[in-house]
Write a protein that binds this ligand. Structure first.
Ligand code: GLA
Length: 398
């Protein structure tokens, strides 16, 4: 989170870089999922919250048909043209650096929708850990879309914003993510945990039991296999849905398979598709079960659901790497821990624990030292709170 002082500093940097004042600033948060790994692209449920780690952008319009971007975080300047209105892809193709392609992709997706903003000067900074499974990409995309909405004085429904940013990532960056990250970054509610229905993007807010807090710990394990394995999991889930659709009426995606129907039809599936299917169907059911456990303040159920999710992720969906196992052990041993599981896509990156609030600091100290003793790696820990989705920054700036 950027406080007033940090934002003033960034505003000063904007003036220093572009020799003119910024006109406005926007923000968009990262997210962490509490239950529902890989259910979003199966049109299932996910429990998610936006976290107090965010991307901020200071901006000013220009009459030129170019976008200049200074990333403080990456310490890099990039410029791309938005002149070719007929070919949105050309906007992205002219960007060499990966992070800038996310920025350009949002301009391209906006062009594709028939809206043509002016050029702009942007200064970007973020405190969302990059590539750690907390949706640094979505935070960047959703913040850039906020800038474009300001530049063009356009109102856009939040779900449409999420869809546009997802399209930007799928079609123009080439990452086949689901809707979870962008939805969370745009639609999140301050102080609330959300249960998202990925099929129609409806959602409910869920209250978290008093005295329960969430801590995210980054394994710092490289996620090299992440994107190819993610694509494989998606294909396996699609194959499962197609095979089950031949045997059962009304099955379009794995979301349509109930835990009871699963037992009857699962043996017909080949491996590893069988294991993947069991995980998704059970994980989907765990989202509702966790919401009910929160409502009853049933911490024993919370603990079992987190454990079942992690065990399924390891044995059935196979997205757990050794560093995540070590982190899980360190988390479960730490004081105040109610439960711990993977966050995001898995294959390294961050894990999340539900922790008794008064024990948060002791929990962090214990996890960091336990994980170091086991792996020799340094973990970073974040005490996270639920914040609101992407917005214009008002009030704090003079
Ligand atoms: C990544 C994707 C999301 C979702 C998660 C796994 O974060 O971007 O769409 O599929 O993995 O739940």
């Amino acid at each position: 989170m950027y406080d007033g002082e940090a934002l003033e500093r960034l505003r000063g940097e904007f003036s220093g870089v572009y020799k003119r004042p910024s006109e406005f600033a926007v923000r968009a948060p990262g997210r962490v999922d509490l239950m529902g790994s890989h259910t979003d692209y199966n049109e299932g449920y996910v429990m998610t919250m936006a976290i107090d780690r965010e991307t901020v952008v200071f901006a000013a319009s220009t009459p030129r048909e170019t976008v200049r971007v200074r990333s403080i975080h990456m310490d890099e300047d990039v410029e791309f043209s938005i002149a070719d209105r007929a070919d949105p892809r050309s906007v992205v193709d002219s960007c060499a650096s990966t992070w800038a392609r996310y920025v350009a992709a949002v301009f391209a997706a906006v062009h594709e929708s028939g809206v043509f903003p002016s050029g702009a000067d942007l200064l970007i900074d973020t405190d969302v850990p990059i590539g750690g499974g907390l949706s640094s990409s979505a935070a960047l995309e959703c913040a850039v879309l906020q800038v474009i909405l300001q530049l063009t004085r356009t109102e856009m429904d939040g779900r449409d914003q999420a869809r546009l940013c997802r399209r930007a990532e799928n079609e123009y960056v080439g990452v086949q993510c689901g809707i979870l990250d962008q939805f969370s970054s745009v639609m999140a509610r301050k102080g609330s945990v959300i249960v998202l229905d990925s099929r129609d993007l409806s959602f409910d807010t869920v209250s978290v039991p008093d005295g329960l807090a969430f801590v995210v710990c980054d394994t710092n394990a490289p996620r090299e296999l992440g994107s190819s394995e993610y694509a494989t999991r998606r294909m396996e889930c699609e194959e499962a849905a197609a095979l089950l659709g031949e045997r059962m009426n009304g099955v379009r995606t794995l979301r349509d398979v109930s835990p009871t129907a699963l037992e009857e039809h699962l043996p017909a599936l080949p491996e590893p598709v069988q294991r993947r299917t069991r995980f998704i169907v059970e994980e989907n059911a765990r989202v509702g079960a966790l919401a009910r456990a929160f409502e009853r303040s049933d911490l024993t159920a919370v603990r079992s659901l987190f454990l079942e999710s992690f065990t399924g992720a390891r044995e059935l969906f196979e997205i757990v790497v050794p560093a995540m196992e070590a982190m899980h052990d360190a988390m479960l041993r730490a004081p105040g821990c109610i439960g711990a599981r993977q966050a995001g896509a898995g294959f390294g990156g961050c894990m999340i624990a539900a922790v008794e609030t008064p024990a948060r600091e002791a929990f962090v100290r214990s996890v960091v030292s336990g994980y170091r003793a086991e792996t020799g790696n340094e973990a970073r820990a974040y005490l996270v709170n639920a914040v609101a989705g992407a917005s214009l920054i008002t009030g704090v700036l003079r």
